[in-house]
Write a protein that binds this ligand. Sequence first.
Ligand code: PEP
Ligand code: MG
Length: 876
Amino acid sequence: MMKKFVYAFSEGNAKMRELLGGKGANLAEMTVLGLPVPQGFTITTEACTQYYEDDRQVSPEIEAEIFEHLAKLEELTGKKFGDPSNPLLVSVRSGARASMPGMMDTILNLGLNDQVVEGFAKLTNNERFAYDSYRRFIQMFSDVVMEVPKHQFEVIIDQMKEAKGVTLDTELDADDLKEMVVRFKAYYKEQKNEDFPQQPREQLMEAVKAVFRSWDNPRAIYYRRMNDIPSSWGTAVNVQTMVFGNTGNTSGTGVAFTRDPATGENRLFGEFLVNAQGEDVVAGVRTPQHIDELKDIMPDVYNQFCDVAHRLEQHYRDMQDMEFTIENGKLFMLQTRNGKRTAHAAIKIACDLVDEGMITPQEAVCMVEPKQLDSLLHPQFDQKALKAAKEIGVGLAASPGAACGKVVFTAEEATEEGKKGEAVILVRLETSPEDIEGMNHAKGILTVRGGMTSHAAVVARGMGTCCVSGCGDIVMHEAEGYFELGGRKISRGEYISLDGSTGKIYGEAIPTVAASVSGDFGRLMAWADEARQLKVYTNADTPKDAVQALSFGAEGIGLCRTEHMFFEGVRIKAVREMILSKAEEQRRVALAKLLPMQQGDFEAIYEAMQGHPVTIRFLDPPLHEFVPHTEAEIKELSEEMNISVEEIHNVIASLHEFNPMMGHRGCRLAVSYPEIAEMQTQAVINAAINVSRKHPEWKIVPEIMIPLVGEVKELAYVKSVVTKTADELIAQSGMELHYKVGTMIEIPRAAVTADEIAKEAEFFSFGTNDLTQMTFGFSRDDAGKFLNYYYDKKIYEFDPFAKLDQAGVGKLVEMACKLGRQTRPDIKLGICGEHGGDPSSVEFCHKVGLTYVSCSPFRVPIARLAAAQAAIKYPR
Ligand code: PEP
Ligand code: MG
């Protein structure tokens, strides 16, 4: 049988999401449920993939199938495409499996042309409405399908309003709109050197192709990379009979959520506009009314809508985000989907649904996107400072959290400054899909126009970025580099603060404080902890980090990078002294100075961790990282150590390496200078002995981790230094203290000889930062410079340093686990590279049976939730 590429809404259901996309599957499901859905059909995601396989052509077979379904739709509706006496008009919308901002969204009123509009005017007995629909169609089609710059259309509208002396679009009459159509078409011709397409069939096929194309635009690619969506999924296209919200005052259009997407509160939440089409709400051009007001304006429609909303939520057992249109007093549902929500709302809704008996705790755990938690874990405003601060304005509380940063006015500036590590607030009239990258780099987003469902609000909530939208009091002077608000003039580069939970705007920097895991958040995390099998450790180098991580639920330290303690004040001097030493004896003197400091640090960490496992990694970076850089520092050191400046320069020169990441670092340092490993062992064992004396109940078992091992003999050598030193100290102490020596697996050779390595190593921790670097042969410090070319050409779709490359690096991990277990069945296996806090990588770690993942303190709750979801999806 030939593959089917087009489905009528009545032929699908919600389970067919992969094929029909989210929008298409839900339109089909609503049709099956008997809800009022304008009928139509969905062109499948496979048709999109086929389009790309066929070199960006829609094959004649698929085109024929589309027109077959169009004919059926004509039959069903009793209208005809392109027939002025009774025209069928459609909307064309994209719909991937997961909703994706940045892709082509909607073309309305397709099927209108110079003749059809006349017939449509007669049929509706409303010339103004017909021409308004036509001018909107020309505008949208030109912009999103034909890529004609859209700004000029707005200019034409403004010019016409000015000439007539009116301020609102609604004050333009039928003749004005007819004139507008003429001007729009003239502008189109000027831009494209051809007439605006008059053939409805041609319009339809062009729109379908535009949707397919938009799957591959830079914004969509960027969004996919951020959200782990593979390019192979493709998007579906929905073609739906038009219903009109702009026929007059008994019509309207709106967007609503079954629960508040910002707070999670269980009440209908949304906005609508009387006498308007969908894009008016989403674009935020007119400020909409609250859904509750619909009760007074059209009580029957309101009640019916409440019923539908309730049914949909019960049916999907999740908060729904719905689009609707009212045409001459009759309600139509245009879309429903699980609504995007803030992290705060996601948690509240998940807990409430459990309490309402709608879902199980396990389902609640699976309902919250782990990455979303990020916004709850980051600082909130310091309440005292907040009280003292003076607000200069208020907008809508569109996406919660606190943000403080320097004002920028364009997405490009936000990206540029954000990449430099600057905290910026992006201030815009309104945002559009092309701003997505800049929005991602901003700490906060402030818009002048737009409601709670405007682009800025929806996208910011999805990203967990603080957003205040629709602050109409702002007067923008973007070209001059400032805006005015509350009597203040705020220029580019000045600090402002936004409270996304109250909508308040402050013309100053307000300090922030750390968040905590409590209330519903705590409940959800407790359910997650019950479900997960992976332990979650943290990468922490200081007692402060350790305490932070513990408060977020860390169960141990998987990586303590000891060198991070070397940089402070007097320590760096002792480290430099060690590096400049010419003989072992001299080196030992310097190391003796470091010993008490390092030991003190370890004691503090053991105290902070209260008996939880702590893995301490020995010195790893190349020594040149510690040498002085400025002439002043070199001079100071020369005086202190009584060595000539020239000699110091010579040492620095001798430490220079062409490729330091593959140079004299890791366990190679301990092979050359075993006394360094000796000192570090003393520091760890002494600290463990001292803290164990005070707290025998903690049963401390130090875990010493040797970095960058590639050959079992080098591990055996360093281990012999460690055990000799440790055993002597323990014997002297008269205490019983067990300790473990293990290694990082971060060199491919270690992974492929893991059976040998496991003879010496009591545990493995996958250092996937280095393992990725060495497997790809990409410098982890330089890859950012060229990976963009790879993303553009789809050679790689994501950053392998952020998300584990399961096909390559993951294979090495899997192999090393297997080989390691062959030698030592109970070997403790963990990961401490950056991937330990990335949800999809955590899922992989669960599948290969690691004991734990270790990640930065702020990602601990994310890893806990991701580990739980992995365990629920793939029980082991
Ligand atoms: C690693 O390589 O993955 C690792 C954790 O070590 P570092 O990042 O310190 O090299
Ligand atoms: Mg490493």
